[in-house]
Write a protein that binds this ligand. Structure first.
Ligand SMILES: [Zn+2]
Length: 467
């Protein structure tokens, strides 16, 4: 191939100008790979555009790579089966286990959404089973040809268990990597994100491209103090939590605080069948995938996520019993942005009570019920009911699973000198622009903000817009 002639084209069909809906098509001279196929989330658990047709020819895709098990990266993937996808699907072993849980769990919520909006189902149970049967697991650092003339390699990103970046390499050596979501360093359970030091071009995420996270250092004491005050207030304590990673972190931290006497012991309920199952996956793979310190602890302790006052309430009957337990008590449940789920049930009961406390530990998308609560709404609509808010609402920012502004820049720098250009995506426009500007100014490397549907030509010398 001539110098400067592109051997790879990358087109973002989601995750450009927005955080969610990760979906990138990479085309080589002979093969085509799709990286991620997530749903768009915002005001809704799943935005209606996720129900649209795919803007590319699905049967001609050779392979799909899933970077991690969050719904905005995998939630739309079973829909590919409806459109005639014939290839294999690649991901790490923990991602396979987590994706299976998360897809089965979200199926009924997505079905309900389709029914209320008069849309055809996103996919059905058969599509999920067919999709799962196509999965081939790939370990980090294992290079594999997955499409004619295209090989991939996954690396740890320390975002959630099993999360990966993917580097795609063409026959002539031209390569592009997609970081997907990058974890914040240092993390309690996971290793730091590994730099990609062998890609010509890197697509980097930018969720917190323009924000610092000064609370990170103090997050454990802040969690402890917030819980202490909530316990003193005497009411129920509600913690809406994402099932993957955040819940396990909270169990780990709160368990340690109660066992060491830093926190008074009160009953803690993990009221989420999904989070209970996800925690089992963390136990299963932790000894292999956690960072060195957490691995060592996992090897010495029977269970990192269990402690004497923790009750797992999987069945509906067990969950109902929580209502009879005396206050103060802590209830950890989904959905993470209060889009219904079991936390919705408890919010309806306890938000009107001034002795109660609602503690947010995760990202709340604009327009979500969680964001309204965070912004101080005096009433919210939960499951169609208007609920008065008299409870104390607290937000802890230090627990984000994403690298912040300086973390992203440091990550980009760690990938140099091989990388000649960065593509900035997976963030809101202002955030992506800010990160691109900083990469250009501080690292003196070209950085382009991605636009949805606009193809980018990748060459060994860098990038160019296709038209
Ligand atoms: Zn993610």
């Amino acid at each position: 191939m001539e110098k400067g002639v592109s051997s790879l084209t990358l087109t973002p069909y989601g995750g450009a100008g927005q955080v969610t809906g990760s979906n990138f098509l990479i085309e080589g001279a002979r093969g085509k790979i799709l990286v991620d196929c997530g749903i768009e989330q915002g005001k809704d658990y799943c935005e209606s555009c996720s129900f649209d047709d795919f803007p590319y020819d699905v049967p001609s895709l050779d392979a799909v790579v899933i970077t991690h098990a969050h719904l905005d990266h995998v939630g739309r993937a079973p829909r590919l089966m409806k459109y005639g996808f014939k290839g294999k699907v690649y991901m790490t072993p923990p991602t396979r286990d987590l994706a299976e849980l998360i897809l089965r769990d979200s199926a009924h919520i997505l079905r309900g959404k389709a029914e209320t909006q008069g849309l055809a189902a996103l996919y059905d149970e058969h599509d999920i089973e067919a999709f799962l049967s196509r999965i081939e697991v790939l370990q980090y650092h294992q290079e594999r040809e997955v499409a004619p003339g295209l090989s991939i390699m996954l690396r740890d990103t320390g975002h959630i268990l099993g999360s990966a970046s993917v580097r795609v390499k063409a026959e002539d050596g031209t390569s592009v990597a997609i970081t997907s979501d990058l974890g914040a360093s240092p993390a309690v359970l996971l290793p730091d994100a590994e730099p990609v030091t062998d890609a010509d071009v890197i697509l980097i995420e930018s969720v917190y491209g323009d924000r610092q996270n000064p609370e990170r250092e103090h997050r454990s004491p802040m969690l402890r103090d917030t819980l202490k005050k909530a316990i003193e207030r005497g009411g129920a304590i509600l913690m809406p939590s994402f099932s993957i990673e955040r819940t396990q972190l909270m169990l780990y931290e709160i368990g340690h605080m109660m066992e060491s006497g830093e926190l008074p012991t009160i009953p803690v309920f993990l009221d989420s069948p999904l989070a209970i199952r996800v925690t089992s996956v963390y136990k299963k793979w932790g000894k292999e995938y956690f960072n060195a310190e957490a691995r060592q602890e996992a090897n010495q302790t029977h269970d990192l996520f269990a402690f004497p006052f923790l009750k797992l309430t999987e069945s509906r009957e067990e969950s109902e019993m929580i209502g009879h337990a005396e206050n103060p008590k802590l209830i950890i449940a989904g959905a993470g942005m209060s889009h219904g789920g079991r936390i919705g049930k408890w919010e309806k009961i306890y938000l009107p009570d001034p002795e109660s406390t609602l503690i947010m530990v995760g990202y709340q998308a604009p327009g979500s019920p969680g964001r309204l609560l965070q912004d101080g709404a005096k009433k919210v609509i939960i499951d169609g009911h208007e609920v008065k808010v008299r409870a104390k609402v607290e937000t802890l920012h230090g627990w984000s699973g994403h690298a912040d502004r300086d973390g992203l820049l440091a990550y980009a720098e760690s990938c140099l000198p091989r990388t000649k250009a960065f593509l900035v995506g997976l963030g809101e426009p202002a955030s992506a622009r800010f990160l691109a500007q900083r990469i250009h100014e501080y690292l003196n490397v070209r950085a382009l903000v991605l636009a949805k549907g606009e193809p980018i030509q990748i060459t060994k010398e860098g990038v160019s817009r296709a038209h």
